[in-house]
Design a protein around this ligand. Structure first.
Ligand code: 5GP
Length: 191
């Protein structure tokens, strides 16, 4: 998605060779005009599937997932990053965070997913695919169908993309970062 690449070129900062900071439009401040376009692009690509729910993980997946759900006219459900004391019937999975280097428990109430659901999973970043594996486990336990995986930014030099593709899922990333350098962010397919 050319517009997203422009945003990343203009506003993204490579913290080091492995981590990209995009706090000005996705991970802290959120640009609603860009999120709307992102939602439209995911819809254009995934509308071939009978999606009943758009699933994401809090916090930064919520904005793109919500705009996407609006296009599909279905609910957006965000998986929580801890187990709330008010919830008693839920699915959980352990996820190792690449950026924080710690393991946490993700949690989804059984009320908001069931075997009739056709899920589109949307997230802000794809690195090693650890969050994806936790979400996939929950979807399988709920006996729902995972139809597609949409990532806003993928770091293609990490293993997440091939992990998801090798499992046979339809994965679509809007920006595919090939490498991160001090003053240069390059994208897959760029000369
Ligand atoms: P994964 O689960 O694919 O290993 O890592 C993806 C998650 O880690 C994303 O949801 C995001 O929260 C975080 N993450 C991984 N790499 C980056 C990065 O380069 N920049 C930012 N802002 N978040 C990242």
């Amino acid at each position: 998605m050319e517009l997203l690449q422009e945003y990343i070129r203009k506003n993204g900062k490579a913290v080091n060779e492995h981590v990209l900071k995009v706090d000005s439009f996705l991970n802290h401040q959120v640009d609603p005009m860009l999120m709307e376009k992102i939602g439209e692009e995911f819809y254009r690509y995934f509308k071939k599937y009978p999606i009943t729910k758009v699933l994401t993980v809090e916090t930064s997946g919520i904005a793109p997932a919500l705009f996407c759900a609006l296009k599909f006219n279905v609910p957006m459900v965000f998986i929580k990053k801890n187990v709330p004391s008010t919830m008693n019937d839920f699915y959980t999975a352990e996820v190792h965070s690449f950026t924080k280097n710690k393991t946490y428990t993700i949690c989804l109430s059984k009320e908001y997913i069931n075997e009739n659901d056709h899920i589109l999973f949307i997230d802000d970043f794809l690195a090693n695919g650890q969050a994806f594996l936790g979400v996939e486990k929950i979807i399988k336990e709920a006996k729902a169908s995972l139809e597609g995986v949409g990532m806003v930014i993928e770091k293609s030099f990490q293993e997440g993309h091939s992990l998801i593709e090798n499992k046979g899922y339809d994965i679509y990333s809007l920006a595919r970062v090939a490498s991160l350098g001090e003053n240069k962010i390059s994208f897959v397919g760029e000369k």
